[in-house]
Design a protein around this ligand. Sequence first.
Ligand SMILES: NC(=O)c1ccc[n+]([C@@H]2O[C@H](COP(=O)([O-])OP(=O)(O)OC[C@H]3O[C@@H](n4cnc5c(N)ncnc54)[C@H](OP(=O)(O)O)[C@@H]3O)[C@@H](O)[C@H]2O)c1
Length: 321
Amino acid sequence: MILMDLLCHPVWAISTVLLALVVRLQRRAKWDPRACEVTLKGKTAIVTGANTGIGKFIAMDFARRGARVILACRSEARGSAALKEIRETTGNSNVHLRLVDVSSLDSVREFADRILAEEKALHILVNNAGASGLPREITKDGLEISFATNHLGPFLLTNLLLDLLKNSAPSRIVTVSSVNHKKGQVDFSHFRGENLKYHMDTVYNHTKLHNVICTTELARRLQGTGVCANSVHPGVVLTEVLRHYSLTVRFLFNLIGFFFFKSPEEGAVSSIYCAVAEDTEGITGKYFDSDCSLVLPAPLARDPALAVKDFEICERLTSKL
Ligand SMILES: NC(=O)c1ccc[n+]([C@@H]2O[C@H](COP(=O)([O-])OP(=O)(O)OC[C@H]3O[C@@H](n4cnc5c(N)ncnc54)[C@H](OP(=O)(O)O)[C@@H]3O)[C@@H](O)[C@H]2O)c1
């Protein structure tokens, strides 16, 4: 109530609107997807978590550019609604829904098998699906649920689709990480749910650090193949990302976000930049900020020995026993 009273006071209301305008101008990305005429006709792209938030707008952009777009979603109902909206908005009927729960290794393998059976080529893979604030759970693969969803499932998916991406080169892999990876730590026992503290976004931050580390190592392994792999921060974006948090946290996120955060369409820009822009052609193993600038990731994400070890552990955890 006090917050609402304050916001309703004219001085506060005007100051907030002015501040919001300044923030909006400052956070504008250096690159405008609508001004970029790159066509994706004849190209195939997969976007995970494409039914809402940032992923939906990444898929929308690819569809607008004429790509064959595969929406990789876990819910038939939510995926179908997005499919209809993207087809209607862009006029591109070559947009398709394929179901996958990225937290389940079996589901990822089934999805990849179907893609390999049905698709002749794959030019863009965007690992966007992710979740924050998930309560502690160990999946049937023995993995901690946030790690399975945000890192190990997408890690397996990428590896299963690598040959197709190589055969379709030049091709690009984009992993939607977060600036929060800078607050993450590496402890390989986390993957199995050990030694984790469940406070706000701590677990999420660790998963996003592994995203950047493994993407950099993947890029090193892919040198000379024509497949580029980069990670991005989308910005602080007003989406459903906090759906697993308390009502109070969500209320504050939505209230502040209404004035200051990016829209999902704006949040999609850095991923689209990495996936389609001519400027980013050939760039690999890098981390892009939400304004599309190339920036250094956290020191832990720049340690090549750690990256090799992390990648090998993730390979072991996601391999079929
Ligand atoms: N929003 C931000 O401020 C922010 C900041 C930094 C990074 N990011 C990252 O941006 C990416 C997109 O997030 P968002 O903000 O757009 O959040 P969102 O609105 O919650 O969308 C997340 C998407 O991921 C899907 N997803 C979650 N778990 C999945 C699973 N197990 N299998 C398949 N799909 C799954 C969701 O599907 P359902 O609808 O079926 O759940 C949804 O489509 C995430 O990787 C997130 O970590 C977001």
